[in-house]
Design a protein around this ligand. Structure first.
Ligand code: NAD
Length: 506
């Protein structure tokens, strides 16, 4: 069964008109409170993935820019760490207020630079940034310690201290939220920060940084733009960074661990995933179909680390469920990210587009695999103007082939039938990743039992939604080290506990 894909209305009219209404905001780096070019003056072109046209340029930072940024953060640290934590939180709350008032501007920048559709992804992402700053802004008072009951002669207590200059690196797939998740807890805990943005999508995070810069003293937040192998690697190996907080691919995460090992600094890693979605035989219903599609993040073109991209469907309901899923996948409107009616936008860049097409091509040639819907993107027509792909579903009997094992980071889902609970859990856990997981069943006890057996950091039952502020989020196995988005993650990830013991007998 194959389905015709609807194209978004905007491609019938001029895309450039919608794009010209996007105001990008700052296009330079933020060092010590000032907007500056790269030390050597080089730049990088950033393109709109929906049109493949250049939308702006950012500085291409080198090790020299990293040095300037670290020096600025180092200079700001002694006085920032002395600011009372609740006051630091107050600055974050002001940032949240301004972001809320300007979230539509931010949403349009996100859509423009990432290709993510405004209604389904970019606007919710902009609003999540508001939540992130508001959540951490309220947590200043929680940076507290304990007192140990050792008798009247001794006072022994712990206190939370910041780490110093934190280095942070983010990818392009949710550039605004992921930058906010680094800035807000690091700054609330009293650290200063050097944040390296993704070269493909820097403008939304620069917009947020401009707002932050109005409420934070110079040097507390420094933001550099450039290539991973140049300024990213220079930041990781900088000797005066007290911690590295990284979100991105497992391959780069691994190199960061290796490159920081000799300095023994704390590293947190939020990496890739290939998450299982298990549907039981009692869940052959519309809500489960919607849940599977939502877990797969089709309306983000599945460019999500938590995408439930391995679909384990109970054999009893296999055909009927797939029919419904195919109908839903065929209903998405694909096209101009800035059009309100668009459900799915484009992939981020040529590299990802070619990679995803390579996987689809391999699926099409695999003799034991059947294409259920989708396939390679159209070679002509409006969708060929950008890096657009169509939602694609392959049916396979095995969990043991490349498309079922590797993170594709595109809208390519593999469905695998199962009958035995122990067997499906074994297949679900047969991955070096362990980020997320999904179970769909009307039998809640069974679903919870299965959720406990899935070797992943976050398992959802009967839904496939996004992360929630306050809930610790992070992966097992090669999906990462450490948690984000919660009070505990701020304490563990961005502060350290010191014990002070005082002899009171003198
Ligand atoms: P990537 O690892 O290639 O790049 C991420 C960032 O690291 C970019 O800013 C890049 O410039 C920088 N970088 C690249 N090479 C570097 C190096 N040698 N040293 C230092 N920095 C370097 O990843 P990507 O393709 O941009 O993003 C997609 C990946 O991110 C996927 O694997 C996805 O699963 C993962 N991701 C994980 C989470 C999570 O929360 N676990 C969230 C979003 C994305």
């Amino acid at each position: 069964m194959t389905v015709q894909f609807q194209m978004s209305r905007a491609f019938e009219g001029p895309v450039s008109e919608a794009e010209s209404s996007v105001r990008l905001g700052p296009v330079r780096q933020l060092l010590n409170g000032n907007w500056v070019d790269a030390a050597d003056g080089r730049t990088i072109a950033v393109e709109s993935p929906a049109t493949r046209k250049t939308i702006g340029h950012t500085p291409r930072a080198s090790a020299e820019d990293v040095e300037r940024a670290v020096a600025a953060a180092e200079k700001a640290f002694p006085s920032w760490k002395k600011v009372v934590p609740s006051q630091r939180g107050k600055a974050l709350l002001k940032i949240a207020d301004e972001l809320e008032a300007r979230h539509e501007e931010l949403a349009r920048i996100i859509a423009h630079e990432t290709g993510n559709a405004l209604r389904t992804q970019a606007r919710p992402e902009a609003l999540t940034c508001v939540e992130v700053f508001r959540y951490f802004g309220g947590l200043g008072g929680e940076l507290k310690g304990d007192t140990l009951p050792l008798g009247d002669d001794i006072l022994s207590y712990t206190r939370r201290e910041p780490l110093g200059v934190v280095g942070a690196i983010v990818p392009w797939n949710a550039p605004a939220t992921l930058s906010s998740i680094k800035i807000a807890p690091a700054v609330c805990a009293g650290n200063t920060l050097v944040l390296k943005l993704a070269e493909d999508a820097p403008f939304a995070a620069l917009f947020i940084s401009e707002i932050c810069n109005r409420y934070l003293p110079p040097g507390v937040l420094n933001v550099i733009t450039g290539l991973g192998t140049e300024c990213g690697a220079a930041l990781v190996s900088h000797p005066r960074i007290a911690k590295m907080s990284f979100t991105g691919s497992t391959a780069v995460g691994r190199s960061i661990l290796a490159n920081t090992a000799d300095r023994i600094i704390p590293v947190s890693l939020e990496l890739g995933g290939k998450s299982p979605a298990i549907v039981c035989d009692d869940a052959d219903e519309e809500w489960a179909v919607q849940g599977v599609a939502s877990a797969m993040r089709f309306t983000r073109q599945s460019q999500s680390c938590t995408a439930g991209s391995r679909l384990f469907l109970h054999r009893k309901i296999y055909d009927k469920f797939l029919d419904r899923l195919v109908a839903l996948m065929g209903s998405y409107k694909i096209g101009n990210p800035l059009d309100e009616t668009t459900d799915m936008g484009s992939l981020i860049n040529a590299k990802q587009f070619n990679r995803v097409c390579g996987y689809i091509d391999e699926g099409l040639k695999h003799k034991d695999v059947k294409l259920i819907t989708g396939g390679l993107p159209p070679k002509d027509g409006p969708l060929s103007e950008g890096y657009f792909t169509v939602p694609t579903l392959f049916a396979s009997t095995s969990n043991d082939w490349r498309l079922a094992k590797e993170e594709i980071f595109g809208p390519v889902l593999v469905a695998i039938p199962w009958e035995d609970e122990a067997e499906v859990l074994k297949m679900a856990n047969d991955s070096h990743y362990g980020l997320a997981g999904y179970v769909f069943s009307r039998n809640t006890s069974r679903a919870i039992r299965m959720a406990h057996e899935i070797d992943s950091g976050w398992v959802q039952v009967n839904q496939g939604k996004g992360q929630i502020m306050g809930q610790p989020y992070g992966g097992f196995k090669q999906s990462g080290i450490g948690k984000e988005m919660s009070l505990g993650s701020m304490l563990e990830g961005f502060s350290r506990s010191k014990t002070v013991t005082v002899n009171l007998t003198l």
